[in-house]
Design a protein around this ligand. Structure first.
Ligand code: ADP
Ligand code: MG
Length: 610
């Protein structure tokens, strides 16, 4: 075929493919235009998941009557001009491609009345061609209705999902946009049913409550941005009691622009290492502020990707902010309490209300008890009991640190501390029972010991003071290629932890010393076997760069007492005393809980004392 320049219409349809993939991309482009127009109210209506109709109305600045045709021409934009610096863009749009792209693959009606104009103009376009232009009556703002999307591009039509799936995408998109723009009231109406309505009062926590519900909102911690520095992060992140099975509850914005960036969300997830069980993800809204000339948003036609000049700085800012929020607020996991009978939750009979039924039943059913946060280090045991969960919760969210911060008051700083605990005894050779000022605590001995050892050895490694125990007889250990590589690459981490390993033939090493912590008498002569196991488990767990962390983790796991091991009362006491000293006593290094709490108020109620 000879070389030809494509017609305007065909070129637009091809370009549309880059920007407009499905109804959700139409919604994204139209809503971004509304936001750029300064709208404070944005309403999105869809029919059949958007395949039949997408309508976006706003109360923004509108389009001047003489410019409405221009808005549908390619590369026509009011947001930048020849003199603009592409690195300093603050608007969401700037390519001037969205409206023409949408118009080339659908029937479009746009009605707009500009601020100061006393008449609206209505323009109708059919698959790229202007059909009609009439004067119309409408309030200030813009409404764009898109019907019959991709009717002229059958190949695209085939890639559309079911109405439910497309609606899901639109809904998720608006969730993210509502979270990022708390000052804008968003409404999503699908086939006449309201799916989302955010208040638009500028309060991010209120927006989050509208999107995910009040229970989730009550479990969030606030991150205050540091206005003084060029890079800062603000937003909301879930505390220890709340997690999700996938990443879709993570919202990240850069300078107010919602972005999808795997690496930014990874930085957030990394900050939760040790706080959440593996393969659980936080709920979060992060707004990253960075100098605009450090950010490139012109990477992708849909502008949802972003690149940073100083990427490392952005990641460390995120990690520091999130870690700070998590470690400042110690959250003791409350037990799944049996509900008081109400009309909607019929009373359970017999064992249903017993202690056994109250047991922790795994992460999926973990309760999101409001106010389960430990307020501060309680005074002496026996002093006035702390308010129990029920009372805390009944005070309402305005008393939670999050809500306080949301109301502009600084959250009172909370250290992750345990109350003073008195050991009662051990049950099932696995759990230690203890009494605190406000109820009974059940501690998983293995998880608690793991936490204690992990922090102790980590501190020693950091101080270059990990103790090493030389072996009476060095042990020759044969390694598989991957293990040999680990020893070679991670030699520094191994010796920092107290191992002395020397090369000894092509695939063999000589083990001369092990960390003191691991040198228990029962292991004599089997330490080599054990090193091999440790190398395997560590490599399996380690993400890039985290090998040493993973090694300490694995060592702690191996050195800790097992479930099923009988402990004397002294041993229990010693373990609890060391746990009280830990910086993050509430979870083991893998993020599982170390303890459960049965508030005394609950006991009293269950026994009919109040
Ligand atoms: P871009 O957003 O990249 O400028 P678009 O094709 O999305 O390109 O829009 C073209 C122009 O139309 C915008 O620059 C803006 O001037 C105008 N426009 C589009 N939608 C709206 C709206 N909802 N309110 C006000 N002006 C709008
Ligand atoms: Mg645009």
């Amino acid at each position: 075929m000879p070389i030809r320049v494509l017609s305007e219409g065909l070129a637009s349809r091809i370009a549309a493919g880059e920007v407009i993939e499905r109804p959700a991309s139409v919604v994204k482009e139209l809503v971004e235009n509304s936001l750029d127009a300064g709208a404070t109210r944005v309403e999105v209506r869809v029919r059949d998941g958007g395949a039949k109709e997408v309508t976006v109305s706003d109360n923004g600045c509108g389009i001047a009557p003489g410019e409405i045709e221009l808005a549908f021409e390619r590369f026509a934009t009011s947001k930048i001009d020849e003199s603009s610096d592409l690195t300093g863009i603050r608007t969401l749009g700037f390519r001037g491609e969205a409206l023409p792209s949408i118009a080339s693959v659908a029937h479009v009606e746009a009605v707009s009345r500009a601020a100061g104009s006393d008449e609206a103009v209505r323009l109708e376009l059919d698959y790229g061609r202007v059909k009609r232009r009439v004067a119309a009556g409408a309030p200030q703002g813009t409404t764009v209705r898109v019907e019959g999307l991709f009717k002229n591009v059958p190949a695209r039509l085939k890639f559309m999902g079911s109405p439910g799936a497309e609606l899901g995408r639109v809904h998720q998109l608006l969730n993210h946009l509502a979270l990022v723009n708390p000052g804008v009231a968003f409404k999503l109406i699908s086939d006449d049913e309201v799916r989302l309505a955010s208040p638009g009062n500028g309060d991010r926590l209120a927006a989050l409550a509208a999107v995910y519900g009040g229970k989730v909102a009550a479990a969030m911690l606030t991150i205050e941005g540091d206005n003084a520095s060029a890079f800062s992060v603000s937003g909301l992140v879930s505390g220890l009691d709340l997690s999700r099975g996938n990443r879709s509850y993570i919202t990240v914005a850069v300078n107010g622009r919602w972005v999808q960036n795997r690496r930014l969300s990874f930085a957030l997830e990394q900050a939760y290492t040790g706080f959440l069980p593996e393969r659980r993800f936080p709920v979060a809204v992060l707004d990253i502020r960075a100098p605009t000339d450090d950010v490139d948003v012109n990477v992708h036609p849909a502008k949802s990707e972003v690149r940073f000049l100083r990427e490392d700085l952005v990641y460390s800012t995120i990690q520091r902010a999130v870690r700070g929020a998590l470690t400042e607020t110690g959250t003791v996991r409350a037990m799944q309490l049996p509900r008081q009978p109400t009309a909607s939750t019929p009373a359970r009979s017999g064992n249903g209300d017993s202690f056994g039924a109250a047991a922790y039943t795994g992460p999926a059913q973990r309760s999101f008890a409001v106010g389960a946060t430990w307020p501060s280090l309680p005074a002496q045991p026996g002093a006035t009991p702390q308010p129990d969960i029920k009372q805390e919760a009944s005070k309402g969210p305005e008393h939670s640190p999050v809500a306080a911060a949301a109301l502009g008051k600084p959250a009172s700083p909370q250290k992750q501390v345990l109350p003073v605990l008195r050991v009662i005894g051990q049950a099932h050779a696995t759990y230690i029972f203890a009494e605190g000022p406000d109820g009974v605590y059940m501690i998983d001995q293995h998880a608690a010991h793991e936490r204690v050892i992990y922090e102790e050895i980590k501190a020693k490694v950091a101080a270059h003071a990990a103790e090493s125990q030389p072996l009476m007889e060095p042990e020759a250990v044969e390694l598989a290629p991957a293990q040999a590589r680990a020893v070679e690459e991670q030699g520094a981490a191994l010796s920092a932890a107290g191992f002395l390993v020397e090369p000894f033939g092509p695939r063999t090493v000589l083990l001369r010393a092990v960390p003191r912590l691991l040198a228990s008498p029962g292991r004599d002569g089997r330490l080599g076997e054990w090193l091999v196991k440790l190398l395997d488990e560590t490599s399996e767990r380690a993400h890039a760069g985290a090998w040493q962390e993973s090694l300490l983790n694995t060592m702690a796991c191996h050195a800790a007492v097992r479930a099923g091991q009988k402990l004397s009362i002294e041993e229990c006491r010693e373990l609890i005393a060391r746990l009280e000293m830990a910086e993050q006593p509430h979870t083991c290094p893998h993020g599982r809980p170390t303890l459960m709490h049965l508030p005394s108020g609950h006991l009293d109620r269950q026994f009919g004392r109040r």
